[in-house]
Design a protein around this ligand. Structure first.
Ligand SMILES: C[S@@+](CC[C@H](N)C(=O)[O-])C[C@H]1O[C@@H](n2cnc3c(N)ncnc32)[C@H](O)[C@@H]1O
Ligand SMILES: [Zn+2]
Length: 375
């Protein structure tokens, strides 16, 4: 196997050379390494530097890059696992080369997470984390981190696969990226609450072809109840941009107050905030002190997440303008007009033309057109 030395953050390690002619990911190399996931790993190194767990499990290590970086750059003790013996050997070689005090295991992640608990558990599988989420919930003492790269099933482009994996029905809307994140978060929450433990989302975002969740586990019935209360549906009009949030186990039968169409339930999914604002501030303060390859991306992402309203969907105001056959104003003007009408309005990290607001659709449309709708 041909290997190259790669550096991410402050960590140098060996990774197999990928054949650029084959489909990537997973690529042709016997052990997986995707440099495009550096932002995802940087985010975790930054997160762990702020929350400082007592130990960390990288349940699907491949080259081990994630766990290697956590151990080397944050000093948190890491256990790095992979089912594939060739990957485990590569991880061992990398651990030795870096002179790290890290444990390497070669087990099925579900078996490992069913037999041992870790302060922080990290799931980074190929595609869907659904088969690993239950054991991850049982193994994680305080923190659970999850990556999903199966954005098509999560967001509604592959409807049946999404229903099988997450028992949720997404819908391909203009805010489908947000639906994908919230379907995954709702699924993880449902997996957790059956153990009478709750989850608090700390740092969650979607980027390119992945969703990344960093969650706090709270081992109390009251926290599990609070978590249950955050699961529900978005009721989306199939014909216009109207939507409403609906917490609870069952979606409501409702019609669109604007056009009379039957609203389509989207979910179950997580409703409400997906980030912990004081933690984001702490991470923003730490960022300049760290050596992260994607620091400029994270430097833009964190303030966006911090200011993003906790609505469960957003409007693509360019699409609203197109439907109204008018040309859209600039984002600044758009936000200003909604605020002048008496409602909070923010950008969103999911989409450059996305607007988060609790303002009714009429206000959003008036803001797009430049009409005065002051409350
Ligand atoms: C997407 S890769 C991990 C990437 C890595 N965390 C990184 O940041 O580069 C998924 C890995 O999971 C391993 N894997 C697949 N099934 C597994 C299982 N049941 N238990 C543990 N590892 C598994 C594969 O061998 C593969 O190396
Ligand atoms: Zn409608």
């Amino acid at each position: 196997m041909e290997r190259v030395r790669v550096t991410e953050g402050k960590t140098s390690f060996y990774a197999p050379v990928q054949d650029t002619n084959t489909q990537f990911p997973p690529g042709s190399a016997p052990i997986f390494y995707n440099p495009r996931m550096e932002a995802n790993r940087d985010a975790t190194v930054l997160f762990l530097s702020a929350v400082r767990p007592s130990e960390y499990l990288d349940a699907m290590g491949a080259t081990g890059v994630r766990g290697l970086r956590v151990a080397h750059e944050t000093g948190v003790h890491a256990t790095i696992n992979d089912l594939d013996p060739a990957a485990a050997a590569e991880i061992r070689a990398n651990v030795e080369d870096l002179g790290l005090d890290a444990e390497v295991t070669c087990q099925d992640a579900n078996a490992l997470m069913s037999s041992r608990r870790f302060d922080c558990v990290d799931l980074d599988p190929f595609g869907t984390p659904a088969p690993f989420t239950d054991s991850g919930c049982r193994s994680a003492r305080r923190f659970l981190c999850i990556t999903a790269t199966d954005t098509a099933p999560l967001c509604g482009a592959h409807l049946k696969a999404g229903m099988r994996r997450y028992w949720a029905r997404p819908m391909n809307t203009e805010y489908h990226g947000e639906v994908g994140l919230r379907v995954l978060l709702g699924f993880a929450a449902r997996q957790m609450i059956k153990y009478d433990r709750g989850v608090r989302p700390l740092f969650c975002f979607a980027h390119e072809h992945f969703v990344r969740l960093h969650l706090r586990v709270v081992p109390k019935v009251s926290a599990a109840e609070e978590t249950r209360g955050r699961i529900g549906y978005l009721l989306q009009c199939p014909h216009c941009f109207y939507r409403a949030e609906h917490p609870g186990m069952f979606p409501e039968d409702r019609t669109c107050p604007r056009c009379g169409a039957a609203l389509t339930p989207v979910g179950p999914l997580w409703l409400g905030a997906i980030n912990d604002l004081p933690l984001l501030e702490e991470m923003e303060a730490l960022l300049p002190t760290m050596s992260l390859g994607t620091a400029s991306y994270l430097g833009r992402l964190l303030p966006l997440l911090r200011t993003e309203l906790p609505t469960s969907s957003f409007y693509d105001y360019h699409k609203v303008a197109k439907r109204l056959r008018t040309s859209p104003p600039s984002m600044e003007v758009m936000l200003q007009r909604v605020r002048e009408a008496g409602y909070a309005a923010t950008r969103t990290h999911y989409l450059g033309t996305g607007v988060k607001t609790e303002a009714p659709l009429e206000v959003v449309e008036a803001a797009v057109k430049g009409e005065n709708t002051e409350k």
